[in-house]
Each structure stands twice: as C-alpha cells, then as structure tokens.
Design a protein around this ligand. Structure first.
Ligand code: BTN
Length: 244
C-alpha cells in the first residue's frame, strides 16, 4: 500500500531536543499538512509518559513524531490511543515478532518494553484538533543496563533498517486511521487481539500492595478491566503498576 499522506512530508534532523517539541512548534502554523513527520537520529531531551525522560542512544533507536488532525470527539481519545498502539505493534510484527500492546500504550516483546508512545493532543470545542504522536523504538540500543527494556536487534539477531520500519509505521497508521474513521469497532477488536496478557494472570502493585488478577479488557474510558478474586475492577492509568 502506498501512503497518501502519512510521511509524505518528512523533516529529517540529526539532533533535536525532542521530535514532539519540534513538531508542536512547527504545527502552530495551521497550514502544516496532516501526516507531516519529524524524525531524528538523536534526541537530547526525549520526553516519555508522565514527565519521564526518554533515553535513546544516537542512531540506535527510532525517534519520530507524526502530526494528525483527527477532529475526533474528545470522548474517543482512548480509541485514538488504541489506533496508534495497534499501528506500531503491527509494524513491529511485520518482522515475524510477537509484540503486544501493554496497556495503555507500550509495546512489549515478552515481558520487556521495546517501544513507547507519547501522544500530545490539542483540543478545541471538544474535538481533538491536532495530535502529535511521538514514537520511540529501541532498535539496537545497549539494553544491558536497562532490565525492563529490550530491542528489536536482540530478537531479530540483526539490526533492522530504521527507514523500512518507519515506512511500515506510516502504512499501518494510514490504514488504521481510515478504519478508525469508518468503523472504529475494528480498532477496538484488533487492540484487544494484541493486548499483553489478555485473559492471563498478572501481578500488580497498587498503593504499596501487591495483588494478582486476570486482565480482561480495556474499556472505552481507557481503564484496564481486571478480574480480582472473581470481581471486575477498573483501573485508571497510573493507578496500578505491572510487576514482573
Ligand atoms: C514512553 O513510553 O514513556 C513514551 C516514550 C515516547 C518517546 C518518543 S521518541 C519520539 C518522540 N519525541 C519525544 O520526545 N518522545 C517521543
């Protein structure tokens, strides 16, 4: 499939503080075309979720941000997150890997993180007007000092081509974006098909206490639905931590 708009306008940088920041600034110009991508070989102040720093070595990870202008109702913001996680997961699985989406939107292989996503939306009149989708994928980083992370090269036994992987991401984002706009139930279905530990036991930590539960689903508000001692419980992002 040839991409019609995602990645048709690409800004390639060697070094930048954060591709998300760079694209946020550029997108203040309303005429910036939807599907514009900023890619960098190195980020000096990469941003992660919950104000964390995203650490990546130069040339050893994929760092990219995509501009979309979805005009979706804010009530669908988690569906929008689902579509992005799904697209990144599918792009990685193109290499015959078994990557999964760890709620809410991390990409895992086995029980280690291989990719992270940071979506920064601007809302106007209850619509997601602009979305800056930041994607970081560990390609061949030194993972020996990062016990909870892995890289694609570790599993593939060779370093995948970053350009090829980027194009796979663009294709999947574009394909799923059309699905999201036409028939969003498919996105929800596919997200669940790829959900890490779905119907499996997982250990969690909440307010200093450990508990086990069976991951059932993710609801439309983005809460993780877990069966704990026979009862369904609903957790918000940041409320529980997965324990391995
Ligand atoms: C996370 O899992 O905490 C999210 C990590 C997101 C990292 C990417 S790398 C490209 C883009 N620019 C940033 O500053 N962050 C995102």
């Amino acid at each position: 499939m040839y991409c019609l708009f995602v990645g048709q306008h690409i800004i390639e940088l060697y070094s930048v503080d954060s591709t998300n920041n760079y694209l946020i600034n550029l997108s203040k110009d309303e005429s910036l075309v939807e599907g514009t991508v900023v890619v960098a070989k190195e980020q000096t102040a990469g941003k992660g979720q919950r104000n964390n720093h995203w650490y990546s070595e130069a040339n050893k990870s994929l760092c990219a941000s995509i501009l979309l202008k979805p005009k979706l109702d804010v009530t669908q913001h988690f569906l929008f997150n689902m579509f992005i996680s799904l697209s990144v997961c599918q792009a990685i699985n193109n290499y015959s890997l078994n990557a999964k989406i760890k709620w809410p939107n991390d990409i895992f292989i086995g029980d280690k993180k291989v990719a992270g996503i940071l979506i920064e939306n601007s809302i106007r009149a209850n619509k997601i007007e602009k979305s800056i989708i930041g994607i970081g994928i560990n390609i061949n980083n030194n993972i020996s000092k990062l016990p909870s992370a892995t890289s694609l090269a570790f599993f593939l036994k060779k370093t995948p081509d970053i350009q090829e992987l980027l194009e796979l991401i663009f294709k999947n984002v574009e394909k799923n974006y059309l699905l999201l706009k036409q028939k969003s139930s498919i996105i929800n279905e596919l997200y669940h098909q790829n959900l890490f530990k779905k119907d499996g036991f997982q250990k969690f930590l909440k307010n200093g206490e450990y508990f086990d539960g069976i991951i059932k689903s993710v609801n439309e508000n983005g809460q993780l639905v877990v069966e704990v001692n026979g009862c369904l419980k609903f957790y918000n992002m940041g409320e529980i931590k997965f324990m391995f």
